[in-house]
Write a protein that binds this ligand. Structure first.
Ligand SMILES: [Fe+2]
Length: 132
């Protein structure tokens, strides 16, 4: 049986195009809304074609003093040039970037998971501190 830890790959996003990048403040105020952007391929562009694309990103939050992670959001990128005329002939492509607004009351770690249709699951994380 394959270990669960082998399901996810990670690397430096500056050298590996699949790693999701979490952009948000390092410290936020407890209970105040803030924006976080999660994208793939910020430094090295990832393809967005019918044959090869990022299908979804899921974001989780794990509070520092908590046992369980919380799902913050699941974002699907559904259009990749598919068309009745054939692959890559369609008029629309969803870009693999999402901006979400959230608030937290405790410090913790935000995790992002991205799924490439042919290169599997990739993850990254970012610690977020909370001030009162
Ligand atoms: Fe890929």
């Amino acid at each position: 049986m394959k270990e669960f830890s082998k399901l996810f790959q990670t690397a430096d996003w500056k050298t590996e195009k699949h790693v999701p990048i979490i952009d948000c403040a390092d410290e936020v105020k407890a209970g105040d809304l803030f924006v976080a952007t999660v994208s793939v391929g910020k430094e090295i562009a990832h393809p967005n074609t019918t044959e090869h694309h990022i299908r979804w990103i899921t974001v989780y939050f794990q509070p520092e003093e908590g046992k369980f992670p919380y799902e913050v959001g699941h974002f699907e990128f559904s259009a990749h040039g598919e068309s009745a005329e054939g692959p890559n002939k369609g008029p629309v492509y969803t870009n693999h970037e999402v901006a979400l607004t959230l608030k937290i009351s405790k410090p913790g770690v935000m995790f992002a998971t991205a799924f490439c249709n042919i290169h599997g699951l990739w993850q990254s994380e970012k610690e977020i501190k909370v001030s009162n």
